[in-house]
Design a binder for this molecule. Structure first.
Ligand code: AMP
Ligand code: GLY
Length: 439
């Protein structure tokens, strides 16, 4: 790569995760400017380098993105979003001589094909729930009629914007869920029935250059729309890091072993993994089981983990591309962080009435906090709601209690006209409770 200062970096994502990446790349002395595809309207605000967004490009517009890279002489692309991975964006960029991180389509199959991923995990003896893969409605229903009663998760095998996993309390409900799953079309032509595991969930992240790997962080996503994990599942209402449930070294060892065996398995299958791998795990009696792998940073996990990485991000990307990760020391600041998602009232169901309404108070967020935008449009001086998850406020502290106080202090300054802002007021509660019990 052109090692002189003045690199042009492209980030392929448009949400809070992309905003966190743009912010981090902009802090690199080696970077001159950033292109974000599609990006969002706030990405350039408070960012150290100029950011150009491409709202009309999709993350799957492979040939257009390639042309843009050539035209703008892009030095490095970070393929940060799942649909882009599935579309083979990294493959096309790399085969055209453009430096890119993010898994190839083949390595990313671990996310975009959950049936394949489970068979892979089974083959390499990774800890997983019992599962079965089906390719017709009748097949699954017949299986359930002859199975003992139990609680299930019914899952689309393909990408379904994080909404393709449906819980079922018993066999009868599972049969209904199989039918409901058809709304995902092609993504659910193949689907899975999985044993419903009970335990505390967490997210763990490791980067790999195809030869070695480094674990770079842990977090806990708060997925339900309302306080105390009530209501519908969402893309993520907030996040805390690091989760105290993983404090024991025995548990961290299990995570390292899982990543090691996963990357080794992928290598054996001829699917070199170069980029970040996300494990969604669940602790059942201090034993980890894998819920899923994702071929990207989590969103909103990225928002709490990326700010804590002290390395220059271009150097991290170069280590991945040139397979020099073994020699790179990943430096973490080990602070606690909380991200709170500000959403349009109604999300994840219908929030169309909030679209276009003005958001106030974003400029009141203290400078030591981060504002990562997602569904916000800028119209002159006004900030307008333009999606479900609109923005994330991220605060840091010596522990989750301090981080949370700062995050909610800032959130209390923000409003949407007509009282249309919704956010959870309990992000981080699991660890706040743990700390309160201790003291
Ligand atoms: P996924 O689409 O695989 O990310 O699943 C979404 C959410 O469903 C996960 O974050 C878990 O909360 C839940 N989930 C999925 N599979 C299982 C399972 N086998 N047991 C318990 N919970 C699950
Ligand atoms: N935080 C959940 C996800 O990124 O899939």
């Amino acid at each position: 790569m052109n090692m002189k200062n003045g690199l042009v970096v492209m980030v392929v994502d448009g949400g809070g995760r992309g905003s966190a990446l743009v912010d981090k790349y902009s802090q690199s002395k080696k970077v001159k400017k950033i292109l974000a595809v599609p990006g969002n309207d706030l990405m350039g605000i408070n960012t150290k380098k100029p950011v150009k967004t491409y709202p009309d490009l999709k993350t799957t517009s492979v040939s257009e993105i390639l042309e843009l890279c050539k035209k703008e002489k892009v030095d490095l692309v970070d393929v940060a979003q799942d649909n882009g991975v599935e579309a083979g964006l990294t493959n096309v960029l790399v085969s055209n001589g453009i430096k890119a991180i993010g898994p190839t389509r083949e390595a990313g199959q671990i996310e975009w094909d959950k049936g394949w991923a489970r068979e892979f995990m089974k083959k390499y003896n990774l800890p997983i729930p019992e599962f079965r893969v089906f390719s017709s409605i009748d097949e699954g229903i017949r299986f359930l009629k002859n199975s003992k009663e139990r609680a299930w998760f019914v899952k689309a095998s393909g990408l379904a914007e994080g909404k393709g996993a449906l819980p079922a309390q018993n066999n009868k409900e599972a049969m209904q869920r199989i039918k409901e799953l058809q709304k995902f079309g092609k993504a659910s032509e193949i689907y899975l029935l999985e044993e419903w595991l009970l335990g505390e969930e967490f997210s763990a992240f490791a980067i790999s250059d195809g030869e070695s790997f480094k674990v770079v962080g842990f977090a806990q996503d708060y997925k339900r729309v309302n306080n105390f994990d009530d209501g519908e599942n969402t893309g993520g209402m907030g996040c805390s890091s690091p989760p105290l449930v993983l404090s024991k070294s025995k548990i961290k060892d299990q995570i390292s072993k899982i990543f090691n065996n996963t990357f080794e398995g992928l290598r054996k299958e001829g699917r070199l993994y170069q980029g970040i791998l996300y494990m969604g795990g669940i602790l059942v009696n201090e034993q980890i089981k894998i819920i899923e792998f994702n071929a990207r940073w989590g969103d909103p996990e990225a928002e709490v983990l990326i700010p804590g990485i002290k390395n220059d991000f271009v150097s991290v990307a170069e280590a991945i591309i040139f397979k020099k990760l073994k020699r790179l020391k990943i430096e973490l600041d080990n602070k606690s962080r909380i991200a709170v998602a500000g959403c349009s009232k109604g999300y994840p169901a219908d929030y169309s009435e909030v679209k276009g309404k003005r958001i106030f108070g974003l400029n009141k967020i203290p400078k030591d906090l981060k504002l990562y935008s997602a569904g916000i449009k800028k119209d002159g001086k006004n900030y307008l709601a333009a999606g479900g998850r609109l923005f994330y406020v991220v605060a840091e502290g010596k522990d989750v209690i301090e981080a949370r106080e700062k995050a909610y202090g800032a959130m209390s300054q923000i409003f949407i006209e007509g009282n249309n802002l919704h956010y959870r007021t309990d992000i981080g509660y699991r660890d706040v409770e743990r700390l309160n019990v201790k003291s």
